[in-house]
Design a protein. Structure first.
Length: 97
């Protein structure tokens, strides 16, 4: 579980990122969750955008992605979700205490 200070730090780091995944009409599926988990292992912090034609609520999508990829939900702002998962192999971000 992330503290408020850690979430603030991660939000500042994610500000300059561009979304690398898009959730569309098909919604969230197993293949997407697996790909997001792999990318989180490589990058630790990613943005996912939700397209206008997505049938599900943005909070539902965020919950499904974070639970499926076993990642921390940092922020949901507009139609953008920020996810964080500490990498085992190549750790890049050092969170404040």
């Amino acid at each position: 579980m992330l503290t408020g200070k850690q979430k603030r730090f991660l939000r500042s780091k994610a500000h300059h990122l561009t979304p690398i995944f898009q959730v569309g009409k098909g919604g969230v599926n197993e293949n997407m969750i697996k790909q997001i988990a792999d990318v989180l292992e490589a990058r630790e912090l990613i943005k996912v955008s939700i397209l206008q034609n997505c049938d599900e609520d943005r909070d539902t999508v965020a919950e499904q992605l974070s639970r499926g990829a076993k990642a921390e939900l940092v922020q949901v702002i507009g139609n953008t979700i920020v996810l964080y998962k500490e990498s085992r192999e190549n750790k890049q971000l050092v969170l404040p205490r």
